[in-house]
Design a protein around this ligand. Structure first.
Ligand code: ANZ
Ligand code: ZN
Length: 806
């Protein structure tokens, strides 16, 4: 008798897989149908955590199952290896970010290998390598050439602690999503990608993503934030100037009682210059800069503002209303100006209440317009149309659509990122680096002070170069790209990771994309997924590929909790995957995370749960070990007894269930629990004196095959123990036997007027009519009913037939 030794089993098979290049995928091969399964690549922090174990175990089951189903499966892994932690390590410990990163990658790769994941390591990429970032730079230049990258000066989100700008998406409730410092606004010249160019497509194409969770689509929809409305221009009284507002409610235009400009609106300074309002307005603007967008617009923040001494004329009513500035109006949304309608807008109502401004009701309780001259009596929808037509006729405005989505600010004042490949020349301005001079390499002679501008400014050699156009001395761009740029196209690079001449070959990515199954955390619901969608749409327009969405199906897995709270260092409740692997083996760790909860849900870590999984694998091992000689022999199924049929029924219903749970949905937990049932049944069955060795053989072969994707090491070991050659993952996923799915005979009771009068053994899948007929025609029952009138017959499938007689 052998005993299950996970560590021995696991290292043995990991070695065998590596030696046989078991998981190598040839992307140019077209003999089979392709299937691309991808898990979000990690930041190489140096240590895997339970979230990784869960994410990658899910992906691995999908990859192995699809491979056994006969697909050519692409299942790659890599590293999102630019980013702040490496730079902080450099500042703190004096290790170069490159060295720190590569060491972490080696460590983490070793840890991932311990999990027995079926990655094709030949396709590994790391975004911080010159081979990769050369291509990121090439892509940047393509965007620049097509007008999708541009430089602009504006107020940007600035994290005073990270000393870098942040994209809107990186500001969470007014705080830096990395370090939680309060984000302030700074006036800087920065690089942007024109994500807004695709706002409409990014929104509309969500409808086609049937394989995405609704919650993620809703989050993206809200982030894009489409508003349909109109722009209306109001003249400023006594001046040759006007202000244009954006409103979603043109039907309320007769209710405007004042107008508000964002404090940063370009007109404000001009309008107050030299007036008694100037000093107060300046002070107010300065104060606004210390506040975040969220603080300014939060419903909890008190509305604050001031009159700036001017009036505007309502172009429809001719009414003169005062012009104000206020904290609740943002400079970069719409036109940065609002026509205030306190009767119908809550924010305006609060503001008007505080400053005693007029409230004019223009919509009544029946949703009809009032106090609106010729428009009185119209429903608001009709009113909307009517007013918009009128202002378009008067040429003082037009129908417009606004998006909350902003262009993507990609400049970062950091070292450990992809250098932006442009040069500044006094004569030629912004000049792209020539393609043949790529990559613009990160210099190694920099100082990591953690203060001020990009560390790249400390390398004189890097800073000074010659203009690619005129050859005169020029200065390099010292900012690097947001690391989300790197991860917006990595899924394409895996397909063609050795390509030295271009980021990826069009024909190849067309063959493999979109990713059939993408798996990752819901924390990426907005940024990473939106940016990747934007990249693919831009690539499509630039003719680099022929599809419009990167990810066909998306699974966002839940978190791994301990006693209901997220595992975190600060809470001290982190369970280390390495310790679990050491104690129980990777197969147990995998089985636990797959079994403990459906993948989309949060999973609560439980030591008993882990032990239960370990005991289960031991049970399977002992069962297979004990019966392995039978499996190795040539037993046929032959004649079947009732018990044999029942056993085959369980084997094949389990096979059917596991197949369905893996094909249509991510029913890993239910599939595993069906397998556990099957093991229990096999334990009972093997004790029967008249057990059928053919059924035993069939049962064990099925168990070993369909358990393998979940727990691959023990899968291979058991496959070997039952005398099979090669890898269990090279065989075809078994088909269930339809005929075995019929639970053959059942015993039913026959009653006459509610009293039991006989028993019948009938086929279990027989319908009610058939049951009634068999009962009535039974010799014994026939005799009892003889001479009486049958009034009614009631049949309960698989249980009884009651005959009512008179
Ligand atoms: C008049 C009005 C009357 C409005 C009413 C609303 C209700 P969404 O849906 O988010 O697009 N607005 C416009 N630009 C703004 C800015 N830069 N900062 C703050 N608020 C701004 O919101 C559009 C509405 O928000 C616009 O329609 C405008 O107020 C305000 F009963 O105009 B409304
Ligand atoms: Zn020049």
């Amino acid at each position: 008798m052998n005993t299950y030794n996970p560590n021995k089993v696991e290292s043995k098979w990991q070695q065998a897989w590596a030696e046989n290049n078991q998981y190598r995928t040839e992307t140019k091969d077209s003999s089979k149908e392709n299937y691309y399964v991808l898990e979000m690549f990690p930041y190489p922090s140096g240590k895997i955590h339970m979230g990784h174990v869960r994410n990658y175990s899910i992906g691995d089951v999908v990859a192995r199952f699809k491979k056994m189903e006969g697909y050519n499966v692409l299942h790659p892994m890599g590293w999102d290896s630019f980013g702040l932690p490496a730079e902080n390590a450099a500042i703190k410990h004096g290790i170069h970010p490159h060295k720190w990163t590569m060491e972490n990658i080696e460590d983490m790769k070793g840890q991932l290998k311990l999990l027995g994941l079926s990655y094709d390591w030949d396709r590994e990429i790391a975004t911080s390598t010159p081979e990769y970032y050369k291509m990121t730079q090439e892509i940047f230049l393509k965007f620049l050439e097509h007008g999708l990258a541009y430089k602009k000066k504006s107020f940007v989100n600035w994290c005073p602690s990270c000393e870098t700008v942040l994209a809107n998406e990186q500001v969470v409730q007014g705080q830096c999503d990395r370090c939680d410092s309060v984000v302030i606004k700074k006036d800087l010249e920065q690089w942007y990608f024109k994500t807004t160019h695709y706002a409409e497509e990014l929104l509309n194409d969500l409808d086609e993503l049937d394989g995405w969770p609704d919650k993620v689509k809703t989050m993206q929809k809200n982030w894009i934030g489409k508003s349909v409305g109109a722009e209306i221009t109001f003249d400023i009284e006594g001046m040759d100037k006007s202000v244009t507002v954006f409103t979603t409610r043109p039907d309320t235009v007769y209710g405007v009682s004042y107008m508000v400009l964002a404090p940063e609106h370009e007109l404000v300074k001009e309008l107050v210059k030299g007036t008694e309002y100037e000093a107060d307005v300046d002070a107010f603007i300065s104060k606004m800069h210390t506040m975040t967008e969220i603080e300014r617009t939060s419903t909890e923040t008190e509305k604050e503002g001031m009159f700036i001494g001017k009036y505007v004329i309502n172009p429809l009513s001719g009414k003169k209303v005062p012009l104000w500035i206020a904290n609740y109006v943002l400079a970069d949304y719409g036109t940065g100006a609002v026509m205030a309608v306190p009767a119908h807008d809550e924010r305006d109502e609060e503001f008007a209440g505080k400053y005693n401004l007029d409230v004019i009701k223009v919509i009544d309780e029946d949703n009809k317009m009032i106090n609106s001259e010729e428009f009185n009596g119209l429903e608001v929808e009709k009113g909307f149309e009517g007013i918009v037509s009128k202002i378009e006729e008067m040429k003082i405005g037009k129908r417009t659509v606004n998006y909350r989505l902003r262009d993507w600010l990609l400049s970062r004042q950091r070292y450990w990122g992809c250098p932006i490949p442009v040069v500044y020349c006094d004569d030629c301005g912004i000049v792209p680096v020539k393609q043949e001079d790529l990559p613009v390499l990160l210099p190694t002679d920099v100082e990591f002070t953690g203060k001020g501008e990009s560390p790249l400014t400390t390398s004189k050699k890097f800073m000074t170069t010659s203009c690619p156009k005129c050859g005169k001395e020029a200065r390099r761009e010292v900012d690097t790209m947001d690391t989300f740029v790197d991860s917006s196209w990595y899924f394409l690079r895996y397909i063609d990771n050795k390509n030295e001449s271009e980021p990826f070959k069009k024909e190849l990515v067309n063959k493999w994309m979109p990713v059939d199954q993408y798996i990752g955390g819901v924390e990426h619901a907005i940024m990473h997924l939106l940016y990747s969608r934007f990249f693919v749409k831009a690539f499509n327009d630039m003719g680099m590929l022929d599809f419009k969405e990167p990810f066909k199906n998306l699974l966002t897995q839940g978190m791994v909790l301990k006693e209901g709270t997220k595992m975190s260092k600060s809470k001290g409740n982190v369970v280390s995957p390495l310790e679990i692997i050491d104690e129980y083996g990777a197969d147990t760790a995998r089985l636990f995370v797959l079994f403990a909860a459906p993948p989309e849900r949060d999973l609560d870590w439980s030591e008993q749960g882990v032990e239960g999984c370990f005991r289960f694998l031991n049970r399977v091992y002992r069962l297979v070990d004990e019966l392995s000689d039978i499996v190795k022999s040539n037993y046929e199924i032959g004649e079947l007894s009732k018990e044999d049929k029942a056993m085959r029924y369980t084997i094949h219903t389990t096979l059917k269930k596991v197949t369905e749970d893996l094909s249509n949905k991510f029913g890993f937990n239910t599939a595993i629990s069906a397998l556990m049932e099957l093991i229990n049944e096999m334990y009972k069955y093997k004790e029967l004196e008249n057990r059928n060795e053919g059924v035993i053989k069939e049962g064990i072969e099925t168990i070993v095959t369909i358990l393998a994707p979940f727990t691959p090491h023990i899968g291979e070991e058991l496959w070997d123990m039952i005398g099979k050659d090669g890898s269990v993952f090279d065989i075809k996923w078994p088909n269930y036997d339809e005929t075995a799915l019929v639970k053959d005979e059942v015993e039913i009771v026959v009653q006459i007027n509610g009293k039991v009068r006989g028993k019948l053994s009938i086929a279990s899948n027989i319908n009610k009519d058939e049951m009634e007929r068999l009962a009535i025609e039974d010799e014994k029952i026939k005799a009892l009913v003889d001479g009486k009138t049958i009034v009614k017959v009631v049949a309960v499938p698989k249980k009884l037939v009651n005959i009512v007689v008179k």
